[in-house]
Design a protein around this ligand. Structure first.
Ligand code: F0G
Length: 440
């Protein structure tokens, strides 16, 4: 079903939200449930009517709402309702989520070689990752179209978020995860929040292919980021950080990249923020992959002439993805923002993580890719040391406790930032010994 002609304004905009294929422009109604475009196989994006007020008026409205302590506007997602899901009304399923801090930590900036570095910490969301921002919108929509069960494939965080929001909605959740490749904090969340947890003997890419097939054939509502309603929620990471910077955009926004949902969401958010007069200038987007799972970086290096898939291998299990689903939408995001895609080795990711952790902030390994990527891009002369940079930390430190103990306790040779514990006898002298300055 294409959008009704009456839904279109003379300017080419729409008067009611529609889903539009990012590849070929095919449109379907907002309420229609389809994973991909029937014409070209591309993924849909939502297109909303332009907000009634723009520019300074819209900024003032959003700023006034940010003081809300209760109700829908207390959510850092639904505060941006007109830009996210104008048709939602008040019947939204919210935890609430968002309102995550924008931090600045001199030791992290110094390590990266940046003079102005902010960390947007998405680990402060209810289930410990940015996924909650997309899930509140995805599950709100699933409920209003009458879904009876929801599912996703996940390296852990999407599943944890889905499980929590499904519990809030009273819907059964099914999560497909790659067996043995999910960090402990996430796996425990899946079980605790009550998701039917399937440990698939395959990697994330196999899980996603299976979840998509199950959704087609068994009618379970799929809530991976191929679902455009998830992307709408994730846009608010960008809206919120712009608001925290008093709508003065940074020069760069750096984001870890796996399945590329966030990269796609960030590009769409920036385009809309500019079109609706929230900002006048577009920051450049830098998507950072782990070197062992970097098909997008490989395509970027060749001017996006070709799409690659790889066998993914990285310690950053969240982004251990070889065939990213949102590839096409993410290419648009990088092109439109004059962006860049970089890859960083696992050793750099772990070192960045140790520095972020030791600053008292902490994050999971995949999140540290943004800071490791910032350092690389400054060293390569792509980001100027004086540029203002916002690096997104996507997940909480406690998501992956094993990665921490491995780094600080187990490794030979001991990494530069390791902080191994000391076993002691219950004697005061032993404490004196521990208080002595550490060997350099
Ligand atoms: N950082 C974390 C902590 C993640 O969990 C993910 C994705 C990403 C970065 C990458 O974001 O996929 O939008 O490019 N995790 C998914 C999951 C794959 O299943 O939880 P992306």
């Amino acid at each position: 079903m294409t959008a009704h002609p009456a839904q279109r304004e003379a300017s080419g905009g729409v008067t009611a939200s529609v889903q539009r294929c990012a590849q070929c422009g095919q449109e379907i109604a907002e309420q229609e449930s389809r994973q991909a475009c029937g014409r070209c196989g591309g993924l849909f994006e939502l297109q909303h009517p332009a907000p009634a007020i723009k520019g300074a008026g819209l900024r003032a409205l959003l700023d006034a709402r940010s003081a809300s302590r209760r109700g829908t506007f207390a959510s850092g997602v639904w505060r941006f309702r007109e830009l996210v899901l104008p048709s939602a009304g008040d019947d939204v399923l919210t935890y609430p989520e968002g309102n995550t801090p924008l931090l600045s930590r001199p030791t992290v900036a110094q390590w990266a070689g940046a003079t102005s570095l902010h960390l947007k910490h998405e680990g402060h969301n209810p289930t410990g990752s940015f996924k909650d921002r997309g899930m509140t919108v995805g599950v709100t929509h699933a409920r209003r179209i009458g879904a009876t069960a929801v599912s996703c494939a996940s390296t852990g965080n999407t599943g944890a978020s889905l499980a929590a929001y499904a519990a809030l909605a009273g819907l059964p959740a099914i999560v497909l995860t790659p067996r043995g490749q999910v960090a402990l904090g996430k796996l425990t969340q899946l079980l605790a929040y009550g998701a039917r947890t399937l440990l698939v003997k395959g990697d994330f890419d196999a899980c996603l292919a299976l979840a998509r097939e199950a959704s087609e054939r068994l009618g379970v509502h799929l809530l991976n980021s191929v679902n455009p309603f998830r992307i709408e929620g994730q846009k608010t990471i960008v809206f919120e950080l712009l608001q925290q910077l008093s709508w003065e955009p940074p020069d760069w926004i750096v984001v870890p990249a796996g399945n590329l949902g966030n990269t796609a969401a960030f590009g769409k958010a920036l385009r809309e923020a500019r079109d609706w007069g929230l900002i006048r200038r577009l920051p450049r987007l830098a998507a950072v992959q782990a070197a062992g799972a970097a098909p997008f970086a490989k395509s970027f290096a060749e001017g996006f002439a070709k799409r690659y898939t790889v066998q993914a291998h990285t310690v950053a299990t969240a982004i251990n993805i070889g065939n990213p689903a949102s590839y096409d939408r993410a290419v648009i995001a990088i092109r439109e923002t004059d962006g860049i895609v970089a890859a960083v080795p696992d050793a750099d990711i772990l070192e960045a993580k140790a520095v972020i952790d030791a600053s008292g902030v902490g994050c999971e390994p995949a999140s540290a890719a943004s800071v490791a990527g910032t350092r690389k891009l400054i060293r390569d002369g792509v980001i100027a040391p004086g540029d203002s940079v916002v690096a997104v930390l996507t997940g909480h430190i406690l998501k992956d406790p094993d990665a921490i103990t491995r780094y600080h306790q187990g490794q030979e040779p001991t990494p530069a930032h390791a902080n191994p514990p000391l076993e002691i006898e219950p004697r005061l002298e032993e404490i004196e010994r521990a208080l002595a300055p550490k060997r350099p």
